[in-house]
Design a protein around this ligand. Structure first.
Ligand code: ADP
Ligand code: XUL
Length: 516
């Protein structure tokens, strides 16, 4: 058996797989808000942060780990687990003093993790990916390196507020004494991995690339980016390594307390997006994942470390080797819901509008589908921009607006993923809106590629379990064939007769975007 863990914003999830039977043996989750109400973080982060700060309590993550393992141990025989891997919400960081490693080595199964490890925190709270407080630090790092293009060329992304380097710089500036006392800085992923392994372990390339510190060409920490971020940083960071690197045996704490075998080993942990790439069966270039959630994300494997010349996309390590892109679109379901409510429709009306009702209008009316500020492209929109027939612009036929909104979202995605130069062979769709057949059909039509939907719900934790099995000697392609099957009858083919209409619409969409 192989165990995958995912420490996300709102919960800690475990997926246990048996590669021989091809089955998921069990899945468990600890929801931070419901299960650990004493931390007063109903959505996993501390509410009410000032100046764009969004932090979580790393002690809560430790307590969740004990709770999750006690649930797992009550339900299953953990001595069967051969390897553990995992993932974490990206960019979040944990700050520890030099006692961390000795505390890990001396963990006592008779006590809990929080009690033994919390005294090592030099910063009581951890900034997470929702934090936008570091605009000034991003500008400083960018200036020192000589511009955004240079930061992007080296690290795979321009300096981004939530990324770990700018966050570390802000900590160094606001609390230099605590920064000086910090002997180790971990990502959420490498922090949890270290606790499991009983020693400080490496940061994997997948998650490490979300720091604005890793040089993608050398896969080593970039000296100039480190110097621009904070003094003495190199000594505080674990070394970078590949996700499938085996770190050694699981800590005796988990053997003594939860019945893991002392022969059970640990691979590295990666970011939740790289782990999802694995869990969605998309680690080979040509397979694209589009997640239609609160925001929409587009991620895909890439053969080399190509970066977005416009600075919207990010490049992370692909746990299967090579690299992956991640592009976020803030106006995802937020915009779909805004139009739905404005037109007084429901989701089935959306489905009908996109499926049959308006096919003859494909690609004719344009909508820049931004109901609030967007990050891809970066614009302060306050409402959508329309260009088309009077019936469309006046909403006399609401279905035309639904089609134009969805087409606009997917044209914007197609346009802003062109820099990857990867041919889209197949799209795997996930997230709340992916079950809407009308929306899924428009994804297929606009991208002119077949769409599949997977039954997977915890794609990051499943991906982590597959990484564990791969680190244990199983073939990752074969594992993905078994565990990442598309749901029966969920596949949709593109309407190839619409290809020219969307080619032309993309050109006009780009021109309209430039004009506003
Ligand atoms: P999150 O990003 O928060 O994990 P989910 O992936 O769970 O979000 O997606 C939730 C969103 O899915 C909701 O905000 C809702 O707008 C959208 N959604 C749910 N059902 C449908 C549907 N039938 N058609 C279109 N959108 C839907
Ligand atoms: C990616 C990002 C989020 C977090 C969510 O850049 O910030 O997707 O990884 O957990």
């Amino acid at each position: 058996m192989f165990l995958g863990l995912d420490s996300s914003t709102q919960s800690l999830t475990a997926v246990l797989i048996d590669p021989d039977s091809g089955e998921i043996a069990c899945q468990f989750s600890v929801n931070f808000g419901n299960d650990l109400p004493q931390y007063e973080a109903s959505n996993g982060f501390i509410p009410g942060g000032a100046n764009g700060e969004v932090h979580s309590n790393p002690a809560m993550w430790l307590e969740a780990l004990d709770l999750l393992f006690s649930r797992l141990a009550a339900a299953t025989d953990l001595s069967q687990v051969k390897m553990i891997a995992g993932s974490g919400q990206q960019h979040g960081s944990v700050y520890l003093d030099s006692s961390f490693d000795t505390r890990l080595a001396a963990l006592d199964s008779g006590q809990n993790l929080v009690h033994q490890l919390a005294p090592a925190f030099t910063r009581q709270t951890s900034p997470i990916w929702m934090d936008t407080s570091t605009g000034e630090e991003c500008a400083e790092i960018t200036n020192t390196l000589g511009g955004s293009a240079e930061v992007c060329r080296r690290s795979g992304s321009i300096a981004i507020e939530r990324f770990t380097g700018p966050q570390i710089r802000r900590f160094f500036k606001t609390d230099p004494d605590a920064y000086a006392r910090t002997g180790r800085i971990h990502l959420v992923s490498s922090f949890i991995a270290s606790v499991i392994a009983g020693k400080s372990v490496s940061i994997d390339y997948g998650d490490g690339a979300g720091m604005n510190l890793l040089n993608l060409a050398t896969l080593a920490w970039d000296r100039d980016l480190l110097d621009a971020t904070a003094p003495g940083l190199l000594e505080k960071l674990p070394s970078p390594a590949a996700a499938t690197t085996v770190q050694g045996a699981v800590s005796g704490y988990f053997v003594g307390k939860y019945g893991l075998a002392s022969a059970c080993r640990c691979a590295l942990f990666t970011g939740d997006n790289p782990a999802s790439l694995v869990g969605m069966g998309a680690t080979r270039p040509g397979n694209i994942v589009i997640s239609l959630g609160t925001s929409d994300t587009f991620f895909a494997a890439m053969p080399g470390p190509k970066t977005d010349p416009n600075g919207f996309g990010h490049v992370f390590g692909n746990p299967a080797g090579g690299f992956m892109s991640l592009i976020c679109f803030r106006n995802g379901s937020l915009a779909r819901e805004a139009l739905r409510d404005r037109l007084g429709l429901d989701w089935s009306a959306f489905e009908r509008a996109a499926l049959a009702g308006t096919r003859e209008a494909a690609g004719t009316n344009l909508m820049l589908p931004f109901f609030g500020p967007e990050i891809t492209p970066r614009r302060d929109f306050t409402g959508p921009v329309l260009q088309g027939s009077p019936a469309f612009e006046s909403a006399a036929q609401p279905a035309l607006q639904v089609r134009a909104l969805l087409e606009g979202q997917f044209l914007n995605m197609r346009l802003h993923s062109q820099w990857m130069e990867v041919k889209t062979e197949r799209i795997r769709l996930t997230g709340g809106a992916s079950k809407n057949d009308g929306i899924a059909q428009l994804v297929a039509d606009v991208f002119q590629a077949p769409v599949e939907r997977l039954e997977v719900s915890n794609s990051a934790a499943l991906g982590a379990a597959l990484i564990a099995a791969a680190a244990g000697g199983h073939d990752l392609d074969a594992l993905q064939q078994t565990f990442c099957q598309s749901s029966p009858d969920s596949a949709l083919q593109p309407d190839s007769s619409l290809a020219p209409a969307y080619q032309d619409a993309m050109r006009r969409f780009a021109a309209l975007l430039d004009a506003v």
